[in-house]
Design a protein around this ligand. Structure first.
Ligand SMILES: [Zn+2]
Length: 225
């Protein structure tokens, strides 16, 4: 995909995802103004870390990355996640990073798995800061989770509806007995997908030690801080 994207960038010049200026996936001017707001969140008792609130710029970056195939944006989205990744896994032996799975339909239409691409980028960039050859703690990325059935579109469902829609929809194809697992996704909303993922991880003996996402959607029931 990346070689293809590089070729595509040569033929079709890249536009800034935020202001549409020609030349770079995020232009120097927008990059300077790109300030994120890292935070902790809680979904059904699972504590996670988000690099920012899901605001207009986060929405635009993810839309261009996921829906318009601008995979060169991965490094800009990964950048604020790297310190959180190092923080979330500090002190855990042999941790595993598990990106949330894409549905078959999304994978076919996009041609790549956004969470997997981002997870790879975050691990790679974190390794530049704290090399695993020094710490001896190379973080494994496992595509353990998969959907075992088609899940109905849930954009219009509330939390309860989403949980019912998703219950039992995921399985882990890898045994994660005794492993410390950090779940990874681009956005958390109600958290129902991540909670179902955590259930499937526990079913195969893994211990979910946290969640890492790029952006948190503030729910209507939460007070905005
Ligand atoms: Zn720009």
């Amino acid at each position: 995909m990346s070689v293809f994207q590089d070729l595509l960038d040569l033929v079709l010049p890249t536009k800034c995802a935020l202001c549409l200026a020609q030349g770079s996936p995020v232009c120097a001017c927008c990059y300077q103004q790109l300030v994120f707001d890292p935070r902790e969140f809680d979904r059904a008792g699972i504590i996670g870390l988000a690099a920012s609130e899901y605001g207009p710029k986060e929405r635009q970056l993810l839309k261009s990355f996921k829906e318009q195939g601008q995979t060169s944006l991965a490094r800009f989205i990964a950048e604020p996640m790297v310190p959180l990744f190092l923080e979330a896994l500090a002190g855990f032996e042999c941790p595993v990073l598990v990106p949330m799975p894409s549905s078959k339909e999304n994978f076919i239409s996009r041609g790549f798995k956004p969470a997997k691409v981002l997870a790879n980028r975050v691990r790679r960039d974190a390794d530049q800061i704290r090399p695993s050859r020094d710490t001896g703690r190379k973080v494994e990325i496992s595509e353990a989770l998969r959907f075992n059935r088609v899940v109905a579109d849930q954009s219009h469902l509330d939390y309860k509806g989403r949980m019912e829609n998703l219950r039992g929809s995921m399985t882990s194809k890898a045994s994660l007995e005794g492993r410390h697992v950090l779940l990874f996704d681009d956005v958390v909303t109600t958290g129902s997908t991540l909670i179902e993922g955590a259930r499937a991880i526990r079913e195969v003996g893994g211990e979910v030690v946290g969640i890492l996402v790029f952006a948190e959607t503030i729910l209507k029931t939460q007070t905005k801080s």
